[in-house]
Write a protein that binds this ligand. Structure first.
Ligand SMILES: [Cu+2]
Length: 653
């Protein structure tokens, strides 16, 4: 549950259905900037701060009152403390501290605000408790330290009395910056990597929902920088998470490799043999990540947090306080909380999204395909079948001439069985009364069918949201065998959370479904409070799924799909008391390198959109289960497995 503290769950869980009938209190004005406070600039982390000469970086950082506009020109401007180099405009995030290893940093911190502060993160070699700089109101401090380990780090300030960057809420929320130590001999001014700092301006209230702006480099989608990349050029990005919540980071259309990962105290390279292809990685609180990838297909693509609430109306200040949408009386269940903001057919993402445009290399042309296999997929709604009598949203396959009925809707959607290299046309018919779009998550396909409404595609050829009654032909040729999710990419919290998800299995040949099992963990209804509330989980569409059967000694393949709209799911294969062992073979649809295909304890946490394939050989007859639960303390659902003894060989042969 991305935002909510446990006490809030306990307080709100009892009157579970209250939100259906009691509209939330209206939004109230946000903290206004101090008079004459400068408006902060956005720092794309391209130019290091300070002056580097003869192995010494001289840097001064002033703490000043500033005005912060994390979204558009008409959106709220709020009060923050920000960092500025002397005489320059304050920046969000603060100035980039970047220099080669071995550099001596002479840092001057000057607090021009009325708030006493504590800074940390500058002296990575010290223990966390020792790496603090106390800065009284209107005081200055000088700190000298040496950069002694290559890596991606962060520095941050917090109001005195609070302990860590996680304790920051709104006033001190943007007192932070990226801190990169390059290998010796490199010139930081010529670096071509990009650095993204995640932070959150967060205001809690005792009597109403929180207000939040969650951003990459201080600016929220769709108001942030669009990156232009060239097809075939390698891309290196660094991420630093200074928000008090983790983020499952997903790249559309391509795989990346994680080359380094770190935290508040340290950063280590991932050995090349252990770097694997992935399109989703959960970035922990305080974590850092270096990724490398190559955009191989032109067009528009997104990189985003896969928590629906982190790309939805829970993390935007837009509309505060006057245009807040409350429940529509006619259909309260379809308009609770986050969903109430989403206008029909609008893309309506906010927060943690980066838009990319990949320009084609001169030799590129899309391949022309004449013959395609057609699969008819129908999006439907079915009332009263999810938790709290919520309406299920979902899919059914159309096999004959007549359209499936609402009762044919299954959660999860049908497994889409595709062949590697075989062109398909998935004809998505929207038989719902609201717009949608479907994303084939992880497939390396063209941009246009990728399914992000009003964004996927190129130039004037942009994928439109699918209107009620309309169809969309997603045409592509899956290039890789593996396990992938598909899901709605519009109004995600509501649509994915209510069942618009399923698995795609791409194979090279026929699949023996007696030994090859798809296990989909996903949502079973959305939280019923505005920005709060417990989330519901299902495994293969139920709290206790229909059993899977196995035979002792057989090698079974388990294809796990984690596609809850807003939660990390923990999967574990165990009998009553003992966790089994399995062998990981693929991740996010791509085969793992040999070095990682080693038997391990059968448990894994998976963020939304992540898939993982395992081989499992049951050793004894009996009962097992794949347990799936919302981490760390949420609802638990179960996929039972019955292992039968091997039958004696038939006589006479
Ligand atoms: Cu997130």
């Amino acid at each position: 549950m991305p935002f909510v503290a446990l006490h809030a769950v306990l307080a709100l869980a009892a009157p579970l259905l209250q939100d259906q009938v009691v509209p939330p209190p209206p939004r109230i004005p946000l903290p206004r900037p101090a008079a004459h406070a400068p408006v902060a600039d956005f720092n794309q982390n391209l130019v290091p701060g300070g002056r580097l000469a003869k192995g010494v970086l001289t840097l001064a950082l002033d703490v000043v009152e500033a005005a912060y506009r994390p979204e558009g020109a008409d959106d709220p401007v709020v009060r923050i403390l920000a960092l500025a180099e002397p005489g320059k405009t304050p920046q969000v995030p603060g100035p980039l501290l970047r220099a080669p290893v071995g550099t001596t940093v002479r840092l001057t911190l000057r607090n021009q605000s009325d708030s006493a502060l504590t800074f940390s993160g500058f002296r990575q070699s010290l223990k966390a408790d020792d790496d603090t700089v106390q800065l009284a109101a209107h005081a200055s401090r000088e700190v000298t330290f040496r950069l002694d380990a290559v890596g991606t780090y962060a520095y941050w300030g917090v109001l005195k009395g609070e302990k860590t960057f996680e304790d920051r809420t709104w006033l001190d929320s943007q007192l932070n910056g990226a801190f990169v130590v390059d290998p010796a001999g490199t010139d930081p001014a010529r670096a071509t990597d990009r650095i993204f700092v995640i932070s959150e301006w967060f205001h809690d209230y005792p009597d109403r929902a929180f207000e939040s702006a969650l951003t990459f480099n201080g600016k929220a989608w769709p108001h942030n920088e669009r990156l232009t990349l060239t097809q075939g050029d390698s891309v290196r990005w660094r991420f630093i998470n200074l928000a008090a919540i983790e983020h499952p980071l997903h790249l559309h259309g391509f795989y990346y490799r994680v080359t380094r990962r770190g935290g508040q105290r340290g950063d280590t390279a991932v050995a090349p043999a252990e770097q694997f292809l992935q399109n989703m990685q959960t970035l922990p609180i305080g974590g850092t990540l270096n990724i490398a990838w190559v955009p191989t297909t032109p067009g528009n693509w997104v990189f985003h947090c896969h928590f629906a609430s982190h790309v939805g109306s829970a993390v935007t200040l837009h509309g505060s306080p006057d245009t807040y949408t409350v429940q529509q009386a006619a259909d309260p269940m379809s308009a609770t909380g986050h969903a109430g903001h989403d206008a029909p057919g609008r893309h309506d993402m906010h927060g943690l999204v980066i838009g990319l445009h990949v320009t084609p290399s001169p030799s590129y042309h899309a391949s022309a395909v004449v013959k395609r296999r057609t699969i008819r997929l129908v999006a439907l709604k079915r009332p009263n079948v999810l938790a709290g009598f919520q309406t299920a949203y979902g899919f059914a396959l159309q096999t004959g001439d007549s359209l499936p009925k609402a009762d044919d809707l299954k959660v999860p959607g049908p497994v889409l069985e595709l062949r590697r290299g075989e062109p398909v046309r998935i004809l998505v018919k929207n038989a719902m009364d609201e717009y949608t779009g479907v994303h084939w998550h992880g497939l390396e396909i063209e941009s246009f069918p990728d399914g992000v409404p009003n964004f996927s595609g190129d130039g004037a050829h942009i994928f439109p949201p699918i209107a009620p009654g309309d169809s969309f032909a997603a045409e592509f040729t899956p290039p890789r065998s593996g396990t992938f999710p598909y899901h709605s990419h519009l109004n995600e919290l509501r649509q994915i959370g209510s069942g618009m998800y399923g698995a795609i299995v791409v194979t090279d040949g026929p699949r023996d479904t007696t030994r090859d099992h798809v296990i989909v963990g996903g949502g079973g209804g959305v939280p019923m409070f505005d920005k709060f509330g417990p989330a519901f989980a299902l495994v293969n569409g139920r709290r206790v799924a229909r059993p899977i059967h196995m035979v002792v000694g057989d090698t079974n393949r388990l294809r796990l799909v984690s596609i809850h709209s807003d939660e990390i799911l923990a999967f574990r294969l165990a009998d009553d008391s003992v966790v089994a062992h399995w062998t990981p073979i693929a991740r996010d649809g791509a085969d793992l390198p040999a070095a990682l295909q080693k038997p391990t304890l059968a448990q894994i946490d998976m963020g939304p959109g992540q898939t993982a394939d395992f081989l499992f050989v049951p050793q004894h007859a009996g009962k097992l289960a794949v347990e799936v639960w919302i981490t760390p303390t949420g609802q638990r659902v179960v996929q039972p497995i019955i292992v039968d003894a091997r039958k004696p060989q038939g006589g006479g042969s």
